[in-house]
Ligand binder design. Structure first.
Ligand SMILES: [Zn+2]
Length: 67
């Protein structure tokens, strides 16, 4: 099997973009799932994601994952 095949088979621990819905105001916003800083809602300022060292902890509702 070629190297390219292996790269396709083994999922990389790559970061994803998440479409989240703010719990407070319902605003939809794209959040990087390994955000290094706290992500706030652009509308009401509530926290959507908190960095944990690895993957960010998402505190809003995840509606869609882009990978
Ligand atoms: Zn909000």
């Amino acid at each position: 099997m070629s190297e390219a095949d292996w790269e396709r088979l083994i999922p990389k621990p790559s970061s994803k973009f998440l479409l989240v819905v703010c719990n407070e105001c319902g605003n939809r916003q794209i959040v990087f799932d390994s955000a290094k800083t706290r992500v706030k809602c652009n509308v009401c300022g509530s926290i959507l994601a908190t960095p944990t060292g690895g993957r960010a902890r998402i505190t809003a509702k995840v509606e869609r994952i882009y990978d």
